[in-house]
Ligand binder design. Sequence first.
Ligand code: PLP
Length: 453
Amino acid sequence: MPTNSLHSLDVAHHIHPVTNLRRHERLGPIVIDRGEGIYVYDDEGREYIEAMAGLWSVGVGFGEPRLVEAAAKQLAKLPYYHVFSHKAHAPSTLLAAKLTELAPAGLSHVFFTNSGAEANDSVIKFVWYYNNALGRTEKKKFISREGAYHGITIAAASLTGLAGNQKGFDLPLPFARHATRPHHYRNALPGESEEAFADRLAKEIEDLILAEGPETVAAFIGEPVMGAGGVIVPPKGYWPKVQAVCRKYDVLVIADEVINGFGRLGTMFGCEALGIEPDILVCSKQITSSYQPLAAILMKDSIYQPIADQSEKLGMLGHGYTTGAHPVATAVALENLAIIEERGLVARAAAMGEYMRAGLARFADHPLVGEVRGMGLIAALELVADKETKARFEPVGKVGLKLFDRAHDHGLIVRAIGDSIAFCPPMIITEAEIDEMLRRFALTLDDVTDWVN
Ligand code: PLP
């Protein structure tokens, strides 16, 4: 029940995303008041370890004074300007150049949006515009995967492969197709090796392209490691195999690095870790550590050139957002990327990730734990009713939700994706803090085990 005026005002007036709204009316909000390092504090002073870095996003941790200062300086100098019709400002131009320096080779042109969903929506439009420019007016379909998360605008939510984001919204739109989630634990055949599973999935994508007609399939989009679909690390060899199929049929490869980008997998971008050479890359979240809303689309020159030609033919590129390439957001991004480089946070994420995953692996013998998986500093632990048969709890998500709730009592914020529990802490986390995070998790798991039995 709401307990103070902020709580009751929230329940009365505020519609929360990704929330059971009736449950929210009953329980009221947890009001997060401030943050410091890997910790956040609620309005009653309770401390929580933010084991999800917010929404997989606060890479440098909470309360970083350099980002506050960068924002304040830019607000004082030029709080707003757009980049429509030939206008530019230093932070967004410098950030565009910086991103092309950090990104996989060949991604030389950058477009900014406010969010990951807007970026993926824009990618769909850019790809359609590109194919129209080349006279390939039928080549418009996108292949995504079940379990993918690419955001919630109408087109991006069509690429997303999670029923919870589509049910009730008349989605997906018909341009989107979904291939099998590359999850060996759940989707491999009995005795199938990772390599054989990857071969089968690549073949499935090839069959899909052929069935649809290669002249109608524009692009394949995927997160190098899936995040919101349950932290799914693809089987060995998956991406190079899928990429080879795409190249064969002139299907663009789009890497959605909104979660993976800027160190999360222990490499600057997930593409490096998984052998992807994307035609288009989308990034957001850790680009500013989410201190400001910002996302970026990076594309190869071979995609940019027909788009530029078409803009001249049609008079302009008729696409853009009032607050896209925002000077404060891009100034904060530049400072955030400087911090990531100066403090070696990419290498740190690799080292701390190894430590965290070794700690989580100790839960693998627990009777409720079916699989422990992850890469770099992102991991998940899947709870099952029966370890031998991998049978899920019914209904799926009930035990996950219980664990998510109980974790708060132990000063821990995790994410429950169905019955998979995700961990994605700030990249500044220390070994001692990981130990404490896992201690709090162990207490939570004990509570949930008692509740299940
Ligand atoms: N793509 C991926 C891989 C994401 O994880 C997300 C958000 O979690 C998005 C896109 C959408 O980003 P946003 O919530 O900023 O629209």
